[in-house]
Design a protein around this ligand. Structure first.
Ligand code: KIV
Length: 296
C-alpha cells in the first residue's frame, strides 16, 4: 500500500440503480446528486451518502481551468471517470458526454457513450439538448446504456444562449421546455437535469414526468438536486462569483489558503518537520556510521 493511499477500504453501501431512482420519484423521496472529478472526492461523497455522482464536464472549468466546457475531450473525461469509479461503492455514477461527442452521428454517439461505461466504468451518461436529441438518446438507450438528459440552461451551448441565462421565462419557451422533457422521457431517459429554470416551470415539468428531474437552479419542485462539488464546499478561487442558487456548506477555499500559508511559514522557520515527524536509527548503527565518516 502506498504512503499516499488512505489505507482503508471504501465503506460498502448498497448500490443505487435505475430502479432505486424511479422508486424515489414514486415515493417522493428527494434524490441527491453532486459532482466529483477524482478518487478522493468520490470516496468522500459516497461515504456522505449521495445517491448519484456526476463526473460533470464542469471538470473543464473547476479542475482544468478552462473558460467553458466546450473544449474538453472524451479522453480527458474518461481519465477522471475511471478515478471516480474507483472510489464509489453505493452511488449511481453518471459521466458527462462532451460537446460534439454525440452531436454529429448516432453511431458516434453510441460509440462514445459506450466508452463511458467500458473505459470510464460509469453507470450512465448525460448529454445536453431537448427534443432534437431524442433519436440519439433512443439509439444509445437501445444498446443498453442509461441516459440522463439535460435541458434548460445547457452550458455546452453557451455561445448560442449568450451567457448564463435563466431558460423558460416566457410562456412559449416554458412550453417548449415541457415538450423537450416529454420527448426525452419518451426517448428512454432515466432522469433529466433541469438547469436554471423558473420554479413553477420546473414543478410543472416534474409533475408531468414519471422519471425524476434533478434540478440545479431550478427549485425544490424538482425530484432531486445536483450541485458542483467545489461550490458546495466553498472550494473556490478568490474573485469567483458564486451563483445565487448555490448554498455553500463549507469554506474550504479559505481553509486551504490558511493551512498552506501556515505550512510555508513553518518550513521557513524550521518549525516543521519537528522531532515527531522524523525516523530514528539505532544508536550503535549511528555510532558506526559516524566512525565510518570520520575514517573516510
Ligand atoms: O457539468 C456539470 O457539472 C453539470 C451539472 C452542473 C449539472 O452538468
Amino acid at each position: 500500500m502506498s504512503h499516499y493511499s488512505n489505507g482503508t477500504k471504501p465503506i460498502e453501501r448498497k448500490k443505487i440503480n435505475v430502479h432505486t431512482l424511479r422508486g424515489r420519484k414514486r415515493k417522493q423521496i428527494p434524490i441527491t446528486m453532486i459532482t466529483a472529478y477524482d478518487y478522493t472526492a468520490a470516496r468522500l461523497v459516497d461515504q456522505a451518502g449521495v445517491d448519484m455522482v456526476l463526473v460533470g464536464d464542469s471538470l473543464a472549468q473547476v479542475v482544468l481551468g478552462m473558460d467553458d466546457t466546450v473544449s474538453i475531450t472524451v479522453d480527458e473525461m474518461l481519465h477522471h471517470c475511471r478515478a471516480v469509479a474507483r472510489g464509489i461503492t453505493g452511488a449511481f455514477t453518471v459521466g458527462d458526454m462532451p460537446f460534439m461527442s454525440y452531436n454529429v452521428t448516432k453511431q458516434d454517439a453510441i460509440r462514445n457513450a459506450g466508452r463511458f461505461l467500458k473505459e470510464g466504468r460509469m453507470n450512465a451518461v448525460k448529454l445536453e439538448g431537448g427534443a432534437e436529441m431524442a433519436e440519439t438518446i433512443e439509439a444509445i438507450t437501445n444498446v443498453g446504456i442509461p441516459v440522463v438528459g439535460h435541458i434548460g440552461f445547457t452550458p455546452q451551448s453557451i455561445s448560442q444562449l449568450g451567457g448564463y441565462r435563466i431558460q423558460g421565462k416566457s410562456a412559449d419557451s416554458a412550453y417548449a421546455l415541457l415538450q423537450d422533457a416529454l420527448a426525452l422521457e419518451a426517448a428512454g431517459c432515466i432522469a433529466i437535469v433541469l438547469e436554471l429554470v423558473p420554479a413553477p416551470i420546473a414543478q410543472a415539468i416534474s409533475d408531468a414526468l414519471t422519471i425524476p428531474t434533478i434540478g440545479i437552479g431550478a427549485s425544490a419542485g424538482c425530484d432531486g438536486q445536483v450541485l458542483v462539488f467545489h461550490d458546495v464546499l466553498g472550494l473556490t478561487i478568490e474573485g469567483h462569483r458564486t451563483p445565487r442558487f448555490v448554498r455553500k456548506y463549507a469554506n474550504l477555499g479559505e481553509t486551504v489558503v490558511t493551512a498552506v500559508s501556515q505550512y510555508v511559514t513553518d518550513v521557513k522557520a524550521r518549525a516543521y518537520p519537528a522531532a515527531e515527524h522524523t525516523y530514528p536509527i539505532e544508536p550503535d548503527e549511528l555510532e558506526q556510521f559516524l566512525a565510518m565518516t570520520n575514517d573516510a
